[in-house]
Write a new protein. Sequence first.
Length: 207
Amino acid sequence: MYASVTQPLTFEEFLAWDDGSGREFELLDGIPVPLSEPNANHEDLIQRLCAYLENHYQENDLSYVPRQSKQVRLKTALGEKEKSRKADIVIFARVEWQRMRTISSSAAAYIPPPGIIEVVSNNWKDDYLTKLAEYEDLGVFEYIIVDYAAFGDIRFIGFPKQPTITIYQLEGAEYLPPKVFRGQDLIHSKLFPNIPLTAEQIFAMSR
């Protein structure tokens, strides 16, 4: 179901648009598309992980700022209508976040952010296939998929299925083969180096 608008919106117009329903939307070819509401476990994991990362960046004086539920402007070809994703966690460069603090526009990823984290739900194909291609095309350096309840297909999380964290890193214009973390595996990410966190500790943030 698409929202009713008189004409396709630009990304900036979409950020300022409000249909009064209180629902969350993404932009598809200039048209707002409503999102399904996440469950409590999904929201708890996002909130706790984002808070943990923010503390980690501040304590280690790293140049990133994590923010949850932010719009990401996707890459579109000349003449195409604009598109966006509402990412679970966007990892902004600190200089870009500070720049946005000086303007009145909505806080969003107007330019490709260094990292995006998506927490998987029932529509797992979006995270493992569609968003993977979109974020690669956009040039997001690191794309992290947190599948805390083993929603994904066995080709992504193995057999038997088990909770998995998958990290894609950009090399040139393409993502390298992913790094996969489960159980007591320590997370290795260029966006949060030396973080003392296992895959299971991240999954536990949903409980």
